[in-house]
Design a protein around this ligand. Sequence first.
Ligand code: NIG
Ligand code: FE
Length: 403
Amino acid sequence: MSDLLITNIGELTTNACPEPAEGSAADRFGMLHDAAVFIEDGLISWVGPTAQAPAAGEVVDAAGRAVIPGFVDSHSHLVFGGDRAAEFEARMAGQKYAAGGIRSTVAATRTATDDQLRTRVRRFLDEMLAQGTTTVEIKSGYGLDVPTEERLVRLAAEVTSEVTFLGAHVVPAEYADRGDEYVDLVIGDMLDACAPHAKWIDVFCETGAFTVPQSRRVLEAGIARGLMPRVHASQLGPGEGVRLAVELGAASVDHGTYLTDDDVAALAASDTVLTLLPGVEFSTRQPYPDARRLIDAGVTVALACDTNPGSSFTSSMPFCIAVAVRDMGMTTAEAVWAATAGGAAALRRDDIGVVAPGKRADLVMLDAPTRVHLAYRPGVPLVKQVWKDGVTAWRKDQHGSAA
Ligand code: NIG
Ligand code: FE
């Protein structure tokens, strides 16, 4: 039996709604001050005022720093070969982003060995952990043939339980103008090979990728195999992908750069999370979606990095929070909620994203007194210590600490 007490937390974001005092509104961010968290065997067992904290075998004094739940990054494409720095540079010089760039990463991924891909993924995960991410979803989608897609989901499954089969990312060059035949492959041999390693089925439902009928075939085939649906939609223009996702009960529909009023109404009336990916708008120079409009309409919003070599090569949830606050109309509390509890909702997980008894002890201590600093000090490495299942998974060295 191991126990740990984190004490003297200046500001603790719990995301747990205590019963509101009479006459006051519920605070879904559950912010506590001068708080402590008691952890036993990897789970949180008590949360309360420092003055009432129980004795523990190990004590960490937060010295007034802020603590938040570990980030839940519910959308990434970490298994790929090569990069597309030249494409990014051309874009910054005025070229437009198009889904077709995915095919150049497919070529580099097919020729990479398992060990090369594995080393790369682990490096990304280390980089994410150092920025406070304790749960990561990983998609396939840069193989687009049966053996390579199988390799990608298998390699992803080595490092996370949140694995998504995205064989329907784009139509590969060898199937040009034969999209329906490619979908036959995706829902046939490819799904057979990949389903055993995956939990989720995803499709890029967009002009230049897959039509609504093709997307429906992919999602329904995945659901029939026991995979749960999630969808990429409305990234490059408005379309019907969001409503398809809602109709099929997807856990999340991601991007939502171009949403119609009907999309927003459908999302608000559903259990489907809308996952915003600020890194994409940042590095494709597309307009930022209006998170305020979504939240005010009652949509559940998550934030994720969408780490990939084309549209968003950041792995930093603090960066995404800063952009969401600066350019998408979110408050810092909403952005931190979206990056933690929102990500958990997008993965249909109720064991993470919240600091409360019975939840996993995935926690981040910031080198700052409040979560506001995540947006207020953009680009500054503010993560001081990260616990995963109650164990220190990352800590800033003594030279890096601002104390
Ligand atoms: O989520 N939208 C489709 N897929 C990725 C982009 C992939 C790429 O450009 O390589 C995304 O943005
Ligand atoms: Fe994506």
